[in-house]
Design a protein around this ligand. Structure first.
Ligand code: ADE
Ligand code: ZN
Length: 325
């Protein structure tokens, strides 16, 4: 049988985690006070009462304003460190974490405070037995040249991140809009990934673009690919990872997509489970494994395969991978 304890203890990588999405109400209030920022709520209950979303857009409308409490390098450090401590309890041995520099630079926070705060925490995560790496994400609802400027501003700090991603509101913001920024990132030897969110308008065309036109190394979400068997064959043959987030899915749509995740796993696609924005969706990575065990007939061996996929789809070096198993 598959028990919660087994799933929690299973060594795993977290490959789809937004650091800003780990901002718990308690820390949000503490940082608001520390920085003298009025967020409009003063208790944990009041903060939680604002967490009502039924779509990607309604989630993002709560998510971005909360980031106003992140101002100093230490704030970014504290946020990331709190997450790494939490991840340790879920059997996480490696994290490749997203962060959104434009959500901060657009408010006047210098990019170096963001990168250096997160990076210092990522280094200290080693003391918790976690290898932590960063993925710089562009906001797709911002102009393409803003992404290019952000990447250019971040390149002096390139040693602090291993790849670039694309997140935020997908509607009318296809992958192709960011071809130039991703081409530059590739030329800089960075890894590439992009969100293809659940049930978006043009989902299949977006998945096609990330695979064929952008040439990503991984796809975030992307489970709509089940609608197109030819594309499923391509991701299977290339061994491209799909970073699935069942609990998040059930918030931004009314379906965890557990059935699609299971069918992709059983057809040999490198899917694995992740938490996306756990402070908002209420489940860190082990809870995502547990949720899937409750809603599907996946076996113990199949959960082990999901965890193995998280290592296979990670951007760890071969030397690192040999240490994890
Ligand atoms: N930013 C944080 N979480 C996201 C998600 N699930 N999709 C797009 N952008 C995001
Ligand atoms: Zn995400």
């Amino acid at each position: 049988t598959v028990t919660p304890d087994f799933l929690r203890a299973l060594p795993k990588c977290e490959l789809h985690l937004h650091l800003e999405g780990t901002l718990e109400p308690e820390l949000k209030l503490e940082l608001a006070q520390r920085n003298g920022v009025d967020i409009g709520q003063s208790t944990v209950e009041e903060v939680r009462a604002t967490y009502q979303f039924d779509s990607l857009a309604s989630f993002l409308a709560v998510y971005y304003p909360a980031m106003n409490v992140l101002v100093e390098e230490q704030d970014f450090y504290d946020l990331a460190m709190a997450y790494f401590r939490r991840a340790q309890q879920d059997g996480v041995v490696r994290v490749e974490a997203f962060f959104d520099p434009q959500a901060h630079t657009s408010r006047g926070v210098p990019i170096e405070k963001v990168i250096l705060g997160y990076s210092r925490a990522a280094r200290d995560a080693a003391e918790l037995g976690i290898d932590a790496e960063l993925i710089l994400c562009f906001l797709r609802d911002f102009p393409a040249d803003d992404a290019l400027r952000t990447l250019t501003a971040a390149l002096p700090y390139k040693e602090h991140f291993i790849g670039v991603g694309l997140d935020s509101d997908e509607r009318d913001n296809p992958p192709s809009k960011f071809a130039e920024a991703f081409k530059l990132a590739r030329a800089e030897n960075l890894k590439l990934t992009m969100h293809c969110d659940i049930d978006q308008v043009g989902a299949i065309e977006h998945i096609r673009q990330v695979i064929e036109d952008i040439g990503v190394d991984r796809i975030d979400h992307g489970t709509n690919i089940v609608e197109n068997p030819a594309l499923v064959d391509v991701v299977r043959e290339r061994g491209l990872g799909l970073t699935c987030c069942p609990i998040s899915n059930s918030f931004v749509t009314d379906d965890s997509k557990a059935g699609d995740i299971v069918s992709l796993l059983r057809s040999g696609v490198k899917v694995m489970l992740n938490s996306d924005d756990p402070a908002y969706f209420g489940g860190y990575v082990a809870e995502n494994y547990i949720a899937l065990s409750k809603s599907t007939d996946l076996t113990r061996e199949e959960f082990v395969q999901l965890a193995r996929n998280s290592f296979d789809a990670s951007w760890a070096s071969e030397e690192q991978k040999s240490r994890y198993v």
